[in-house]
Design a protein around this ligand. Structure first.
Ligand SMILES: [Zn+2]
Length: 303
């Protein structure tokens, strides 16, 4: 998608109408695609946490095990129409379903806009690098949101997610580096990804090492081994700068979100705050605006 008007086209009335229509169409297509990815992510999050296969059996109610009909399995829409309950046993379904679907839909649109995918450009330019970069970004968001969903529910981050995540990160960065996708032009947001396999490995070591330091110093009271692997995953994709920025954004977001409760005395400092979802939020914010944030900060304070 290309949200800046291409040169000269807006001079012709027809082109403007055509252009807006195409953009809206592209956004809808990408959003629906994201909803489906979100739906699959939900399946992964519930089944991996219970040690089940993510492929078999087909979609079924977690409570009564009745298979879910295709029509009752439409992202967001089915949840709204069934008022958040199973059609058969009426058990309440987790609000995680529509929330994660909507988040993935919106993230897919943002990725499309950021990378500059354009249905028309796909026709004229080799789209390989852009599509690859969009895929890498999507895989990053997938792991990050999956971690947030599982950590929010269970307080654990299974190794079967974080370790493949780190491997995928390093693999994808190597592929991007070979193809040169991270440097594609006509994009809205600078590429957040590590620019070479070396930067990715450094990211794993420093991102993971940072949390290892915290775990070591706090003797495991503040964080656990899962957090070390989350840090390494962020570093594998984003390099160590943006991985550390993710932690900073997470801390600021945590302070802002929990300060009102602390002040009103509803939470004590001992209230357990699950850091995983906050870290995921920090990583997603860093991937979309981290480089701009760092540039802005450097200009502000260092001229
Ligand atoms: Zn049921």
């Amino acid at each position: 998608m290309q949200i800046w008007p291409l040169g000269g086209e807006n001079a012709i009335g027809f082109a403007v109408v055509d252009y807006d229509f195409l953009l809206v169409l592209e956004i809808i297509v990408v959003f629906v695609f994201g909803l489906c990815i979100g739906s699959f992510l939900n399946v992964c999050s519930f089944r991996i946490a219970q040690g089940q296969s993510i492929v078999r059996p087909g979609s079924h109610c977690q409570n009564c095990k009745t298979p879910i009909r295709t029509l009752d399995n439409i992202p967001i829409l089915s949840y709204v129409l069934l008022r958040g309950r199973c059609r058969h046993c009426k058990v309440k379904l987790s609000p995680q379903y529509p929330i994660v679907e909507a988040i993935m839909g919106m993230l897919c649109v943002l990725i499309g806009l950021a990378v500059g995918l354009d249905l028309r450009i796909l026709r004229i330019e080799p789209a390989g690098p852009k599509l690859l970069e969009a895929a890498v970004w999507l895989s990053f968001c997938f792991f990050v949101v999956l971690i947030a969903a599982i950590d929010h529910r269970t307080g654990l981050v299974p190794d079967v997610i974080s370790l493949p995540g780190i491997t995928c990160g390093l693999g994808f960065i190597t592929l991007l580096w070979k193809i040169g996708g991270a440097s594609t032009t006509s994009r809205l947001v600078p590429s957040p990804f590590a620019s070479s396999p070396l930067e990715s490995v450094l990211g794993i070591l420093i991102g993971g090492g940072f949390f290892f330091g915290i775990v070591f110093l706090s003797k495991g009271r503040m964080m656990g081994g899962g957090d070390i692997r989350i840090g390494a995953l962020f570093g594998a994709y984003l390099g160590f700068r943006l991985a550390l920025l993710s932690v900073l954004v997470a801390s600021v977001a945590g302070t802002v979100l929990f300060m009102p409760a602390l002040i009103r005395g509803r939470a004590s400092r001992k209230t357990e705050v699950r850091f995983g979802p906050l870290l995921s939020l920090g990583a997603i914010v860093s991937s979309f605006c981290g480089k701009s944030l760092i540039d802005w900060y450097l200009k502000m304070f260092w001229g």
